[in-house]
Design a protein around this ligand. Sequence first.
Ligand SMILES: [Cu+2]
Length: 473
Amino acid sequence: MALKRKTVMTVSPIIAGIIIMSVFLLSGTNPISTSNITKSAAVDDIVSIAQPLSNNDLQNSGSGLSFVGGLAQITPQQAQAMEDSGAQVRHMTLVPVEKTIALDNALVGPGTATQVIAYTFNGTIPGPTFRVTEGDIINATIIDPITNTDNHDLYNHAAITSAAKFTPWLPETDMGNATSYLFVALHPGFYEYHCEGNINDIDEHVFRGMQGGVIVDPKHGYEPYDLSYATTDNQVQEMHVDSAAKEIVLDFSEYYLIANKTDSGDYDINAMLNHNDSYSYINGEPFGYQPLANFFHSVNPDSGSAIPAPQNAHPLNFTVGDHVRFFVLNVGDFMDNIHIVGEQLDRVTQAGLVETNAQTFNLGGSNTAIIDVTFTQPGVYVLINHDYSQAAKGQFAVIVVGNTPGPNPSNAVPPLSDVPDTSIPQSTVTQTFGTPLKPDCVVQVHGQWSISSSCPNEIPQPNGTLDQGYLGE
Ligand SMILES: [Cu+2]
């Protein structure tokens, strides 16, 4: 897939050919059969993937990126064999960018921060949503700009390996270096990725914004379902809901910010330890999908802080009869009690478990769910964290269901799936945070090591042999 190169940091031609960003919608299908994935010759190799790593592997494994939830680490040789058998190789390149982001919907009043001194992946909070298909090989790379002030790396949960792998004696991806790893997407689902910083400050890097999600689509797509609903004249009807859906990513987390004159927007560890978040958010922006003026008018009557009319806020838009698939990730420290005022959650899928017709779904920290909702009646609905303290701090989204299609905030719409009959394309409007990238400072990877950046950060010529990913030297 030849992508056009823009402004750019060139990287060695030897390693050209590798990195394609999250919008990497490589065409074609993966020939690996997943109707019975364990019977696939290529995927049988995965059995050998989860071999314990040697101490040498551990010491030379670069960043903390090891096992991603649903993704198992493999060697370049295994990856090559799988690719020769027809597996797709996908690229997931992340560039840590340290930047200050103004909050459009900052609280007003004393003791409130109006910006975030942020650590980001590729310039946005959250980082880009990646999308692959069950059985794909993922080449994950982190390139750390020389101008960064802190170490960054890339890690994920569900680590099926020694905890020693995450200890500080392992070399970080230091400023000016790059590290690449290969994985196989074993299990469908939605998975969190995040920076773990210098290990002892993981929380700081996560709450400054270095986190995001990876969608692993089932090889054969998502199951349809049947739905009973009441018409506007109260007649009960049955509906068969197809697999194809309009898709929305909702990334829930919080900001913990020092809010005085000199440190406004810096990370406040004491606030985190006390569960006293300054803001909560969906997709990086408090109240980003809440255009109603002065809702939750006074958050803190004692300090006088309040929410002004939200700026640059845009609701989620659907039409009557739309099947919507929400990919929900809770990165934060609070329980995310997902509720849609005026609706029920038709189907919730989480790690192979399925719940139907839920009024609210409780999502703990670092967990995810895929939620199907079909909107059968026109109207205005409100998607919130049903923890009122968090709804009042930013996790509050308005959903408008009308008779004509409306655009959705760009940072809520994930890349389209490669699996047929999965994604229904949507029109979008630019949103301040998240993907697609905020225009003031972004890093984009075009095809093979071709990076365009509008950020002042100096992105290095990567070190190491990165063309096939590597474990150790
Ligand atoms: Cu970091």
